[in-house]
Design a protein around this ligand. Sequence first.
Ligand SMILES: [Zn+2]
Length: 116
Amino acid sequence: MSSIMPTMFRESRPRARKVYYCDECGALIPIGLRYWTAFGVWDGEPSTWRTHAHCAAFRSRYNDHLTSVKGYSAEECAPFGFVNYCVQEGSEDAEWAKRWARLKAWTHKRYGGALS
Ligand SMILES: [Zn+2]
């Protein structure tokens, strides 16, 4: 995903008809759970992202924090699938890293899946 603006983008909140892995926390998205998904085309490459609703909400709050508190631009925010990486790399954001670690641990305990 090299350019920030996709040529096509749509998001939705369907119920899982099969088991998926969350692109943010890596835990399972079980059948029947309502999850967040986005389909987009970046640089001619179609991509689909699937995450737990609460993982999408965390990403959104974290990115709000980066832009409003830290003055980051949209390009510097965590892209889809990169919360786990960004929150751990942002060493000055210890509180956010702790929150993410708790949310990730809770999600893995509840839904299962290998910890990343
Ligand atoms: Zn998740």
